[in-house]
Design a protein around this ligand. Structure first.
Ligand code: AMP
Length: 563
């Protein structure tokens, strides 16, 4: 029978947001968002940042780094903000991140009345001018557009208390080093400077030495392997866009058919939303989070043990100390914020010689965090393709076949003989069997797969070192090479004669669209045109973005490459 007992404490001693010295308005915002406890980077970064220290942090997307700098920054926002000029500037590599980070500031700083503005290339400058003119507290900008505004005198940095360089390695990869230097020159010398980067190459170190003063150093991507702590479990991950995650979870679970599964979410809010969605898909899902009373939690656990629930949707805090024997699957609805948390979560399956499965749904941008987890655990996480509708159909047929086989071996089928005999006067035996199988299939697996929609597969290639390749040293096109699956080429009618360099194309695409540098494939620059390889899923966005902008001061023809 199953039992509940307390697991050993997770490796990092948890502390609460209230222990970090945050003001009540911020704590209230975090409670509304359903964040139950700080992530490791937040635990380490928030206290020194609150005291005004500079900070150099190595942390990838998915670790909670945005809140790690946004919360202390908001806390330090002066109360008398009559002035118009911003007190904080966050530099980010892409438009996508600018929007995301400023949304995070909005969410956390609502009760403090923080005025936050993202500024990036591609958006009409007029709107940004009006907003800046009305007075702004925090500007989140891509370097190029920030510099434009500084040159126009519309972004004044004389009052800055804090500058954050977010995803600094990515900004350097995209050729923004000079822009960043130029921007920093316009900021007060006694400012607080915060630099986050997923990797720490020598160039980042140099940048930190030049611009940070006695920084606190935080390394979250811990490199020492803790192999041995992680149990032997089949570990796989699916790369999927956020919007498709609930559907992907349903699809994966349909194919895996777990005995009982626990799905980990980051916040209470997500737990509630996902529980509802999964119930809508026919799962018997139960929510478990820190906002529930002990009695409510006991009731949920009782249902899981009794088999009247088959899916537990939980936060880390709520699931701490729970051990459910019949769990076959652990699912990370998001990549956990630290490798230790991953290890702790998947430790709930694969015990005592039983087979366990750990599944992680990762957004393409969280790919790097998966690599970090692999490095820390010393175990491989296979990237699998989300089952297609055809896969799902095949799997459902397999389940029906297994059920029929069992019935043929175990059941007393005699009472039904008369039906088959009667029908066989009129129909072929094979036809009779087919109709019976159809009925059995539909009865055991309600929910037609007709309604199922394909979930787009996203391909992510490992980040490349250095600049994109694909052209030779003279800038000539290389002979056509086979392209990576899932990508296509965009033709841009400017090339070497116009002085176009790969970084100009990468900069234009990432500045104008939500596509990130690492998603761009080979770049080929010929005399009069260039070809850029991009994922099929974003090709229209790339074309629209480039058509609306200039490259090296020129408007160029942009279209899908037809050759
Ligand atoms: P980031 O690494 O900053 O991109 O954050 C990753 C995601 O984690 C974002 O969706 C945040 O909203 C979420 N998040 C950040 N901190 C916490 C926390 N302490 N608890 C739950 N979710 C969080």
């Amino acid at each position: 029978m199953s039992s509940t007992h307390v697991l050993p404490d997770p490796p990092a001693e948890p502390s609460a947001f209230t222990d970090l010295g945050l003001r009540p308005e911020l704590l209230a915002a975090l409670a509304t968002l359903g964040y139950e406890e700080p992530t490791p980077i937040q635990r380490e970064a928030i206290p020194p940042l609150l005291t005004g220290r500079d900070l150099l942090g190595q942390a990838a997307t998915g670790t909670g780094k945005t809140a790690a700098f946004a919360l202390p920054l908001l806390q330090r926002m002066p109360d008398d903000r009559a002035g118009h000029d911003p007190f904080a500037l966050v530099l980010v590599p892409t438009r996508e991140l600018a929007v995301q980070v400023s949304e995070a500031f909005h969410r956390y700083g609502k009760d403090l009345g923080a005025r936050v503005l993202p500024i990036y290339g591609g958006q009409p400058i007029g709107r940004q001018l009006r907003a800046l003119d009305g007075g702004i507290d925090v500007v989140v900008a891509t370097p190029g557009r920030a510099l434009d505004h500084i040159a126009r005198g519309t972004l004044r940095l004389g009052n800055l208390a804090t500058v954050v360089l977010d995803e600094a390695d990515e900004m350097l990869d995209m050729g923004f080093a000079e822009d960043i230097e130029a921007i920093l020159e316009h900021t007060p010398e006694q400012r607080q400077t915060v630099l986050f980067s997923a990797t720490m190459p020598a160039r980042i170190d140099g940048m930190a030495r030049a611009h940070l003063t006695d920084p606190v150093r935080i390394l979250i991507a811990r490199e020492q392997p803790v192999a041995g702590e992680a149990p032997r479990v089949r570990q796989s991950a699916y790369l999927v866009a956020r919007a498709h995650k609930p559907a992907a979870l349903g699809r994966v679970l349909d194919v895996e058919s777990p005995t009982a599964a626990i799905v980990f979410c980051r916040s209470r809010e997500e737990v509630d939303r996902l529980t509802e969605t999964m119930n809508g898909r026919g799962y018997r899902a139960e929510a478990l989070h820190g906002g529930m009373s002990q009695e409510q939690r006991d009731r949920v656990m009782g249902r899981l043990r009794a088999g009247t629930a088959d899916l537990l949707v939980a936060t880390d805090v709520a699931a701490r100390g729970l051990d459910v024997e019949q769990l076959s699957h652990v699912v990370n609805f998001d990549v956990p914020s630290a490798p230790e948390s991953y290890v702790h979560r998947i430790g709930r399956v694969g015990r005592a010689g039983r087979e366990g499965v750990a599944i992680t749904l990762a957004e393409p941008r969280e790919h790097r965090m998966l690599k970090t987890i692999e490095r820390v655990t010393g175990q491989r996480i296979t990237i699998d393709k989300i089952p297609t509708v055809a896969d799902l159909r095949t799997r459902r047929l397999e389940l029906t076949q297994a059920a029929l086989r069992e019935s043929l071996l175990e059941d007393d089928l005699d009472p039904f003989r008369v039906i088959v005999e009667t029908l066989s006067d009129e129909f072929d035996l094979m036809e009779v069997a087919l109709a019976a199988v159809k009925l059995a299939h539909e009865a055991t697996l309600p929910g037609s797969d007709e309604a199922e929609e394909e979930i787009p597969q996203v391909a992510v290639r490992p980040p490349r070192e250095g600049r994109p390749g694909g052209y030779d040293s003279r800038g000539e096109r290389r002979p056509s090479r086979p392209r990576t699956a899932g990508t296509t080429q965009v033709f841009i009618g400017v090339g070497r004669r116009a002085g176009v360099r790969p970084q100009d194309l990468v900069g234009a695409i990432t500045g104008e669209t939500g596509v990130r540098g690492r998603d761009i494939g080979s770049i080929e620059i010929a005399d009069r045109f260039s070809l850029v390889e991009v994922p099929v899923a974003v090709v229209d966005e790339v074309i629209a973005g480039l058509r609306g902008s200039t490259i090296k001061g020129r408007k160029a023809t942009v279209r899908r490459d037809r050759r």
